[in-house]
Design a protein around this ligand. Sequence first.
Ligand code: 4FV
Length: 256
Amino acid sequence: MRFDVITLFPELFAPFQSIGVTRRAFESKAVDVRLWQLRDFADDAYRRVDDRPYGGGPGMVMLVEPLERALQAIHADQAAQGGPRLPVVMFSPAGRPLTQARVQALADSPGAILLCGRYEGVDQRFVDAHVDEEVSLGDYVLSGGELPALTLMDAVARLRPGVLHDAASHQQDSFSDGLLDCPHYSRPEMLAAEADGEGRGVPAVLLSGNHARIARWRREQQLAITARRRPELIEAARARGALSKEDECFLKTLLL
Ligand code: 4FV
């Protein structure tokens, strides 16, 4: 799959492609990233990509023409590579909240063109004519779309085949089944006692070697944490039939 990123700060992406889990995705081209410097598509001596808003008001607005020239160049490059024309995704607080389901759908797709806005935003005529989807990371205002683009690419890259050492690890992720994740423990089995004298151990079931009991305990932990912190996710799981009779019996035992 391929991401074409339109940005004024391509340097923000380099470190991301050289560290951690996602590094493997980029080096193996499981995710092929092309960075496009928007200023290269300005046509004046000042390489202007923004200007004052009509109607007055603070800040600047990104201009249509440099963006359209960038999009034409990207479409031409995609066609030259024999690839499909990819949808344009723009990041803004007005977008649809990003979810794991949307990330999974993108990971199973040929890719997207990621438009990283800056300033007050993008001229609406470009959005109306060329943006296929607006995505929001959350109800707050960032200084640019680069961090949302990095976030999306990270979430997608780790779902690509061969990127995570153990594919099972993302199947057990939060939201992979629409529930929050269970707690995790590792060495030492018993932590030194704190001031109040209690040593901090590990839930015995996890040391039992009984994989069925361990799986059940983890599922119940997921249900309990999700019911306490994100009850709407329980409703959503129930609505799509993802809760077993056992799950429902356990949920009834929770004094919420
Ligand atoms: C944002 C968000 C966000 C708004 C104007 C960039 C900024 C500037 N994007 N989720 N929240 N974008 O605040 O996605 O262009």
